[in-house]
Design a protein around this ligand. Structure first.
Ligand code: TMP
Ligand code: MG
Length: 288
């Protein structure tokens, strides 16, 4: 059935083992939409990595680039991004080596944001004024899952309040959508004072998943998962799913393509190389 899906034969689509993938897809198809849940990363997975050759912002960048942040703070955030992002995507370092550095990056950034006394009521305008763009075809993706009542978990190391606002403004924050992310904690006058709960960074999503057992219990009859991510850290997002039967992993390879291609092919069933679309909709279309 894969061969009949035109979108899957594009030059940007790679699969290491199409036969294995076909088996997973057939098995999920046979079980039907009532057994499926979708777990997706947010930044650079549901949103575009680039548009007209220019990088698009992550949910953190929406704040970095906004008028809510002083010029000095903006410069510091940019410095941190230039220091730590290359480490995040460095294929020569192990995840163990990256872990403490990612905690360091996120902690520094969140402390800087707290110093800026950001107000909750400013977030709507900041998202509206930002250049964040959901991938082409996002409406179909969200509507299909809503229509078939398939739970969509957005699991993001970004800023929950920002990404939720992005989805709300796009008109697709349907009741089947649930978000695990770093949510801001505002004081009674609506000023940012902290971040809630355990920090989520790119490489501790497994811990995040295991902390949220209740969510997975509520949908425990859904043993099949479609997982979408853009980082190797996203592969652990489904680790909280009980009695997992089939998992179909789709990975966006946006950056450092040549260096990382083999590791993505080894870990993801489908690798989308510099592909800005949501053509994975074509796979969902099969599951009705
Ligand atoms: P994600 O889990 O939704 O992809 O969000 C994590 C991304 O956020 C990760 O790829 C790096 C990015 N990021 C920034 O762009 N700026 C920052 O300050 C931090 C801490 C992360
Ligand atoms: Mg991401």
């Amino acid at each position: 059935c894969l061969q009949q899906i035109a979108e899957m034969s594009k030059a940007t689509v790679h699969m290491k083992d199409p036969e294995h993938l076909e088996q997973i897809l057939e098995s999920i198809k046979d079980s039907g939409p009532n057994t499926l849940q979708v777990i997706s990363d947010f930044d650079m997975t549901l949103t575009r990595f680039a548009y007209n050759g220019k990088r698009c912002p992550t949910s953190h960048n929406v704040l970095d680039n906004s008028k809510l942040i002083s010029k000095t703070c903006q410069a510091e955030m940019k410095n941190l991004l230039n220091t730590y992002y290359p480490i995040e995507i460095d294929s020569t370092r192990s995840i163990e080596e990256k872990l403490p550095l990612m905690v360091e990056w996120w902690t520094k950034v969140h402390n800087l944001l707290i110093e800026q006394k950001i107000r909750k009521d400013q977030l709507t305008a900041v998202v509206k004024e930002s250049n964040v763009i959901l991938r082409e075809g996002y409406q179909l993706f969200f509507h299909h899952l809503h229509e078939l009542d398939i739970p969509l978990l957005i699991f993001s190391a970004g800023v929950g309040d920002v990404l939720e606002e992005v989805i709300r403004q796009a008109g697709v924050l349907h009741p089947n959508v649930k978000v695990f992310s770093n949510y801001m904690d505002f004081d009674e006058s609506g000023v940012l004072q902290d971040f809630k709960g355990e920090l989520i960074h790119v490489y501790n999503k497994r811990e995040g998943a295991l902390l949220n057992t209740q969510h997975f219990q509520e949908i425990q009859s859904r043993h099949n998962v479609m997982l979408l991510g853009d980082s190797l850290g996203d592969l652990t997002m489904a680790d909280g799913v009980q009695d997992l039967q089939n998992i179909l992993k789709i990975g966006y390879l946006n950056d450092k393509v040549e260096e990382r291609k083999q590791s993505y092919l080894d870990s993801y069933d489908i690798v989308l190389e510099r592909d800005e679309s949501m053509d994975v909709n074509s796979l969902l279309r099969e599951i009705r």
